[in-house]
Write a protein that binds this ligand. Structure first.
Ligand code: HEC
Ligand code: HEC
Length: 326
């Protein structure tokens, strides 16, 4: 580690520590819930431990799922091939509204999913984030690891109505899908001013003693070109409501859009659905990629035009398959 990196890591840590102390635990300036929406209070670990109606064996399994969710890096090289944890994007243990709370998947699935054009189960939804966001492959369906993950998601949903879809604070899309006019240069300025101190000048994130402290935003350590976060509108809303860490809501909507466009104009591991031709892949999955910069030319480079799968020794996990009921 160079001196410059050490200084930058220390500066980032200092900012994080100061902010964590100064700010209330609930983020500031978040959007209001709409009339008629279901708003969920997911249980906490303290609730779990205190609840005598949950069998000790089930508690153990839920806590194992939570541990995998918080420290997904323990599965590095097995199911995970980048530097992220589930909680890197689903902040606050996957419980937090406006930061993609994960419990709705437990109450709204099985359901049809546009991304893969078939009816998905909860296991399959979790598998999706392993395959794209974690640039990896999911634990096998029905395995102990998958059961633990499912148990954690289901338990977080305790008390929520089944198949209720009007959920306050779900996902990351409150800024809508209509992009403003985007400028790479403007996004870069917002990035250097507000993000580089933690995520690094080249988006590589920062590690301390081999452990990820600040996750990377692009490059081999980041989410791949098929991940939901590559959609500019998804990243813009995530950033608006969660970043800079400790100061959520402090960027203007326009700044959030500009910086989302900037980070998603950088290279990252190939989309597992790659056909061997980036333009063809973009066309084939245009429903998704019309919201990304994949297969478009930015600063003279055709983004995603490569065979790089990052640290992952394969392109597509076998379990990602079409499903029909004919
Ligand atoms: C790079 C960011 C990122 C990481 C890391 C990530 N996810 Fe996600 N996740 C997303 C995005 C984006 C969505 C889609 C949200 C939306 O619908 O707008 C999502 C959606 C989900 C959902 C569906 C939530 C709902 O409202 O139905 C579940 C469940 C989920 N993720 C689980 C996981 C698990 C488990 C992991 C770790 C193995 C993980 N995610 C890692 C970005 C991420
Ligand atoms: C004080 C340090 C800090 C600052 C400043 C900061 N972040 Fe983050 N960011 C984090 C941490 C830590 C996480 C992971 C959250 C967790 O694990 O709880 C994260 C997660 C993310 C993620 C999702 C995970 C990933 O690696 O893709 C994105 C995207 C992101 N930040 C973008 C930004 C942007 C854009 C800015 C500037 C507007 C910014 N961050 C500023 C610390 C920071």
């Amino acid at each position: 580690m160079t001196l410059k990196h050490t200084i930058s890591l220390l500066a980032g840590l200092l900012v994080a520590i100061t902010l964590a102390r100064a700010e209330p635990e609930v983020p500031v300036d978040l959007p209001a819930f709409k009339e008629g929406q279901y708003v969920h209070q997911a249980p906490t670990v303290q609730d779990l431990i205190a609840n005598e109606n949950i069998h000790p064996e089930l508690k153990k399994v839920i806590l194992k799922g939570r541990d995998m969710f918080m420290n997904t890096q323990q599965l590095r090289g097995k199911y995970v091939f980048n530097d992220l944890n589930c909680k890197s994007c689903h902040m606050g243990e996957g419980r937090m509204n406006w930061s993609g709370p994960v419990w709705p998947a437990a109450t709204t699935l099985p359901d049809f999913r546009g991304k893969n054009q078939h009816v998905n189960s909860l296991e399959e939804r979790i598998a999706g984030c392993f395959a794209f966001s974690m640039n990896g492959k999911p634990p096998p369906y029905g395995s102990d690891d998958m059961l633990a993950m499912v148990a954690y998601h289901k338990w977080l949903a305790t008390g929520a109505p089944v198949y209720e879809k009007n959920i306050g604070g779900r996902g990351f899309s409150h800024l809508g899908r209509e992009k403003p006019e985007l400028s790479y240069q403007r996004g870069k300025e917002v990035y250097l001013e507000n993000c580089a101190v933690c995520h690094g000048e080249n988006g590589q994130g920062q590690k301390k003693d081999g452990a990820v402290v600040f996750p990377p935003l692009w490059g081999n350590g980041s989410y791949n070109w098929g991940a939901g976060m590559t959609r500019i509108f998804t990243a813009a809303s995530f950033i608006k409501n969660n970043m800079p860490l400790g100061k959520p809501g402090s960027l203007t909507d326009d700044e959030a859009w500009q910086v989302a466009n900037f980070i998603n104009s950088q290279e990252r591991p190939q989309d597992p659905r790659y056909t061997g031709n980036v333009k063809e892949t973009r066309e084939k999955y245009l429903n998704f990629h019309k919201h990304t910069n994949y297969g478009t030319v930015v600063n003279g480079d055709l983004l995603g035009d490569h065979d790089n799968t990052g640290d992952k020794p394969f392109l597509k996990p076998d379990v990602l398959r079409p499903r029909t009921f004919e």
